[in-house]
Design a protein around this ligand. Structure first.
Ligand code: SF4
Length: 376
């Protein structure tokens, strides 16, 4: 499978030279400064895949996620959904398209109206996008609550009566209500406890298969999206620096920034980690990004050309990398030792555990997620 431009029929979302700039006033004496949060991004997202975008806080990944579903207008460039440029659509056309493109926010509490019951919150998009009768809508709400592992009786309660993980399940049920083709999750688990993160990730994986979804996930932690991504794009200061299939990226990251992110993943393995790349310095200000390669002030491999010439995101085998020296770096970087595969016995125990936990019925809103849902 190549990462390089899937065939047109397989692409569900494409971006072309996508750029988003924000301006703000400068000091007491006026004037404006422009910040390029997303700079010249070209991506093709394949129908049915899980595509993840990772990077440090402030790298522009959340802005990019919002641009993909036009929650923000682009400053330059285009976003194509099923071949049509969505920046050209009127508000009314865009409202119709919202049925297909849904968003799950990072903070499940602030994204749900506290004055609406859970039932009303999930029913709202069904009302807007379908012609179902009241009783059909109610049935659909009950069905969606069950799908996300919550009791249909919870429809009469309010968001504040639920735990963080349960609220995120409600957010996911609401996103599913219109029958979308694409769900964009902006750090959907980063506000949750670690034990709950795994449950919500598993839920997203299961729903993706059941509803034939394309998932676009935003994350700052490579460990979180490791097991569910088909392809991963790494962002640094508004630009994509590496785009690779999951295995290739985790086995042998090529861009020095990706290598540094990998080093930050804690692993419990006797094989350890053999890479020796550390980041120095702070992330430069996006108000004045460095010339040439934006990563050069922190890069241990930087040379003169890196300070003057921006490296294009170019083909590097079965992936794309924005680095002048990726071949040299690749030759000198050993593969990352991978976690040893689970034994057949362990796989069987894991499958049994999964099946058993799925059968457990949630009890009340006060029940902890750990007791109610499966844990991996
Ligand atoms: Fe480092 Fe130069 Fe590659 Fe940028 S282009 S990542 S500075 S080696």
């Amino acid at each position: 499978m190549t990462v390089l431009r899937p065939p047109t029929a397989e692409r569900i979302i494409e971006t072309r030279a996508l750029t988003k700039r924000f301006t703000s006033s400068k000091g007491l004496f006026g004037g404006t400064v422009s910040v390029s949060a997303v700079n010249d991004v070209a991506l093709d997202i394949r129908r049915g895949e899980t595509f993840s975008i990772v990077g440090e806080s402030g790298c522009g990944k959340s802005t990019l996620a919002r641009l993909l579903v036009r929650l923000l207008p682009a400053s330059e460039g285009a976003v194509l959904y099923e071949g049509n440029d969505i920046s050209e659509l009127s508000e009314l056309e865009m409202r119709r398209l919202r049925k297909d493109l849904q968003f799950v926010f990072q903070d499940p509490f602030s994204s749900l109206n506290p004055r609406m019951t859970v039932g009303a919150l999930i029913e709202e998009p069904i009302k807007v996008h379908t012609r179902l009768t009241r009783s059909e809508r109610r049935r659909k709400v009950a069905d969606l609550l069950k799908k996300v592992g919550l009791r249909p009786a919870f429809a009469n309660r309010y968001p504040h009566e639920f735990s963080g993980g349960q609220r995120q399940r409600i957010g996911i049920a609401r996103a599913l209500a219109s029958g979308p083709k694409v769900i964009v999750g902006d750090e959907p688990v980063s506000a949750l406890d670690v034990s709950v993160q795994a449950q919500v990730i598993n839920l997203l994986e299961d729903l993706k298969a059941e509803f034939d979804l394309t998932l676009i996930l935003i994350a700052h932690d490579l460990a979180v999206i490791r097991h569910m991504s088909d392809r991963i794009a790494v962002m640094y200061l508004g630009e994509i620096v590496e785009l690779a299939p999951n295995d290739a990226l985790y086995d042998k990251p090529l861009h020095p920034y990706t290598q540094a992110l990998m080093r930050a993943i804690p692993i419990a393995s006797p094989h350890g980690r053999s890479m020796d790349v550390s980041l120095t310095g702070d992330v430069p200000s996006p108000l004045a990004p460095p010339f040439g390669c934006r990563f050069h002030p922190r890069c241990p491999h930087a040379s003169d050309v890196c300070t003057t010439t921006r490296p294009p995101l170019a083909e590097a085998g079965a992936r794309m990398v924005a680095c002048h020296h990726w071949e040299k770096i690749s030759a000198s970087s050993p593969d990352i030792a991978r976690e040893p595969p689970r034994s057949a016995d362990a796989e069987k125990r894991f499958a049994l555990f999964r099946e058993k936990s799925q059968r457990q019925e949630p009890t009340t809103a006060g029940t902890t997620e750990k007791q109610t849902f499966r844990e991996v």
